[in-house]
Design a binder for this molecule. Structure first.
Ligand code: PLP
Length: 803
């Protein structure tokens, strides 16, 4: 079917006619897209089945990655790339007058995530399959993914996202594998053959129906599964309004919560979490029992990983199944559970640590709550033995305290491994945030520095750079990304540098066209593209970037002799709809863009662009075009970051703080190839412990700061009235929690170095090539190999024995 373009064309036309009962001439691009999608799915279906059977019959251990978010983006292009048929398809379609990129363009992004956490899960799926590892994803099939962002008068407006509007070519509904999830009701205690047993009665049930999406590895027959659960009515209750029941049920998988950095506390969110966990565990247990006939070896054959605490109820849910359904005793069930589940922590921000009120938790999940209580009691007893009399410590470490259930504590107690996502982050967990737990369970803690799939973020997103690399060093880097290091000598090869220069220019021109289409702003595609794209959050400090641009503008206006190399500052960011401060920053960026872009005196040197609706598919055009990568979070606040890695891999130079994985980028490229500034994590933590920071001092003694802060209020931005007062107040009245003013001076100096360095094009290109060459470590293939070897204990299917 895909062996050459003629075969492909024939199969394509036949399939199109048979499916839609239309001739090719009458068909729409959506008909054509779905035809191709279905062909690809059929093409891999035998490998998909074979992978399942092979994984089952070989009795190798499997891992299930539970995540409340999977930020997949578009799948068609990635699947064609991984199958190695993108060129055949492109040529075949071209002869029919269809542009493959147009077709890929109409596919909706699967935006079932907010940002880094969900995107990490998606990268991991790709790396698992491409490494022939038996690893599957479990998530929720949200009807509406992350909202679409529109900018109206400079303000963010949110619209519901509708990725399923034209159907989803990749999913397969498996209604015969549906399971029931129970909420509310009571727990009945009874004696059965002399032992205490528990039954959840009078509950309300929801049907969880799985939709399976194939996860196609790169040049391998392995096809793993991402199982997304859809909430549907099960048995209609007699005593309740039928329509209301249907609405309530379906609401469980209706919306993705638009924030993963704020603890929310809404009962629907807890329902979603248990829905995901219970459906996934029931189906994993069913499949395990089918293969082995027992659950006694569950932990030897299954590893379950929880991505942050959102799926932490996997711990009590597995206990429930083993005790209430398998009739195991507590100790046996606990041994199995705590040898099955491992946990990744993603943040140290206290507002993001999940807690649930007992008053909300207990009625919704009565049996699960009982089990959590029992886990807590046993844990506190153990603590009492280690720390007799230290009730303060025990109170602080307890899973349930002051009528709150602390999800991170449950995860720490009930899992066998806990990891942070970058070296610095893991050290902060061990030495500060989770110090008490590290003392009790030192063996559980480990680090797994995040990664990104180089197949999407380099091979697919930047074919121009990928070809240049392959022409220079061969294609081994695609399978072994650490081979990118072979590029090191080419950093000083004038021919290669010339190629890279051309490639980089080509990518910048492509982005400039997208920007013009989307915003109407014409930018100089030879200017420095300085990019900050990521969720909008105070700790990520988009504000620092803005204040620096205002300062540049002021100097350009006031100092005749002041010159800079032309620069285009590009932003992309969604703010959570209820996060008013973040939304003000978006308005501020757009006001700044209006101001500087329309000033004929400065606009040849300075442009500001806000890209609407930042998402995976747009990101694939942004990273390849960036010269400068802004990674300027307050040190200690960004757990890892993965955007930083995508930029680096595509040859952008980082201006950043020593935070998250920036530290490890710095270890690899050194100070010649990166612009480091600002407080260190240690200095920030010292301020936080001992005080001593006064933002007002920086205002009073630094005229540059004084000027830009006054401009927030004094009409510098037309029609802004008191719009930006809350920003001004956060910096001066609330003592600038994220040290924006503290770091302003050193950021400015680092930016001056960027300005100078860019003008030595030859050495800038060297630095760019060195960044790409050193980026192989940040492939998620490396990350996944570490998880597989050091946490999950899983091994690859032998390719030779496959199919
Ligand atoms: C990589 C990525 C992120 C994470 O970016 P950070 O800079 O690490 O916060 C968020 N959103 C999208 C669409 C991404 O591709």
């Amino acid at each position: 079917m895909f062996s050459n373009k003629q075969c492909f064309q024939q199969a394509f036309l036949k399939k199109l006619e048979m499916t839609y009962g239309k001739s090719f001439r009458e068909s729409t691009i959506y008909d054509q897209y779905h035809t191709l999608g279905n062909m690809v799915r059929e093409y891999i279906s035998s490998n998909w089945i074979a992978t399942n059977e092979k994984q089952r019959s070989s009795h190798i251990k499997q891992v299930y990655y539970l995540s409340i978010e999977f930020l997949l983006g578009k799948l068609l292009g990635q699947n064609l790339t991984n199958l190695g048929i993108r060129e055949v398809v492109r040529e075949g379609l071209q002869e029919l007058g269809i542009d493959l990129e147009d077709m890929e363009g109409i596919e909706a992004d699967a935006g079932l995530g907010n940002g880094g956490l969900g995107r990490l899960a998606a990268c991991f799926l790709d790396s698992l399959a491409s490494s022939n590892l038996p690893g599957h994803g479990c998530g929720i099939r949200y009807k509406h993914g992350l909202f679409d962002q529109k900018i109206v008068d400079g303000f963010q407006v949110e619209l519901p996202e509708q990725w399923l509007r034209h159907g989803n070519a990749w999913e397969v509904r498996k209604v015969d594998e549906a399971v029931e999830i129970s909420f509310w009701g009571e727990v009945e205690t009874l004696y059965d053959k002399g032992r205490l047993t528990f039954r959840h009665i009078h509950s309300e049930t929801i049907m969880a129906v799985p939709y399976d999406i194939p996860v196609i590895g790169y040049q391998t027959p392995v096809v793993n599964t991402l199982r997304l659960w859809n909430a549907e009515p099960s048995r209609f209750p007699v005593h309740k309004d039928v329509m209301e029941y249907k609405r309530d049920t379906e609401s469980v998988s209706e919306f993705l919560y638009p924030d993963d950095t704020h603890e929310d506390g809404k009962v629907l969110r807890l329902k979603q979490q248990y829905f995901l966990v219970s459906a996934s565990l029931q189906s994993i247990v069913l499949s395990h029992r089918k293969t082995y006939g027992t659950l006694k070896n569950f932990h030897e054959k299954v590893a379950i990983h929880i991505n942050d605490t959102h799926p932490v109820l996997a711990i009590p849910e597995l206990m429930r199944i083993l005790m209430d359904e398998e009739h195991m005793g507590w100790d046996e069930a606990w041994t199995i559970t705590t040898n099955t589940i491992s946990y990744t922590n993603h943040t140290t921000l206290s507002e993001a640590l999940e807690k649930w009120s007992v008053h909300l938790f207990q009625p919704l999940l009565p049996r699960i709550y009982m089990i959590v209580q029992e886990i807590n009691e046993r844990f506190c007893k153990q603590l009492w033995e280690s720390y007799p009399g230290d009730w303060r410590k025990i109170e602080q470490m307890a899973i349930i305290a002051h009528d709150m259930v602390k999800m991170a504590h449950l995860a720490l107690v009930g899992s066998y491994r806990v990891n942070g996502v970058a070296k610095l982050h893991t050290e902060i967990l061990k030495n500060r945030e989770m110090k008490d737990f590290y003392e009790v369970y030192p063996e559980k803690f480990n680090n797994k520095t995040n990664g990104i799939t180089h197949r999407r973020w380099l091979l697919k997103a930047n074919p121009q750079l990928s070809s240049a690399i392959t022409d220079a060093i061969g294609s081994s880097w695609v399978h072994h990304p650490s081979d990118l290091e072979k590029l090191m000598p080419y950093a000083f090869d004038s021919g290669f540098k010339e190629t890279i220069k051309r490639v980089r220019q080509e990518r910048k021109t492509i982005l400039a066209e997208i920007i013009q289409c989307q915003t109407g702003i014409i930018i100089d595609d030879t200017s420095i593209f300085d990019v900050q794209v990521k969720r909008l959050h105070a700790y990520k400090r988009q504000l620092l970037n803005v204040l620096h641009i205002m300062y540049l503008y002021n100097r350009l206006k006031e100092e005749k002799s002041f010159e800079i190399y032309p620069r285009t500052f590009i932003f992309g960011a969604k703010a959570s709809p209820g996060y008013y401060y973040a939304k003000k920053i978006i308005k501020l960026i757009n006001s700044l863009a209006d101001k500087v872009n329309n000033d004929p005196q400065t606009s040849p040197f300075l442009k500001v662009v806000f890209l609407e609706n930042y998402r995976v598919s747009l990101a694939e055009y942004v990273f390849p075009a960036a010269d400068v990568s802004e990674q300027i979070s307050t040190a200690s606040k960004e757990a890892s970051g993965t955007g930083n890695m995508k930029f680096m891999m595509n040859g952008a130079l980082t201006i950043g703080t020593l935070d998250g994985a920036n530290v490890e980028i710095f270890e690899r490229v050194g100070s010649d190839n990166m612009f480091i500034f600002g407080l260190t994590a240690e200095e920030v933590l010292h301020y936080e412990q001992n005080g001593g920071y006064r933002s007002n001092d920086y205002y009073h003694y630094d005229k540059r700061i004084q000027q830009v802060l006054e401009q927030l209020l004094n009409g510098f931005f037309p029609n802004s009235f008191d719009l930006f007062e809350s920003i001004y107040d956060s910096l001066l009245m609330q003592n600038d929690q994220y040290y924006v003013l503290r770091d302003f001076g050193s950021y400015t100096l680092a930016q001056e170095k960027v300005n100078t360095a860019y003008q030595s094009q030859e050495t800038w290109l060297e630095k760019s090539i060195i960044n790409t060459a050193q980026s192989g470590y940040f492939s998620s293939d490396r990350t996944i190999r570490e998880y597989a070897d050091e946490i999950w204990g899983i091994r690859s299917l032998e390719q030779g024995t496959f199919v």
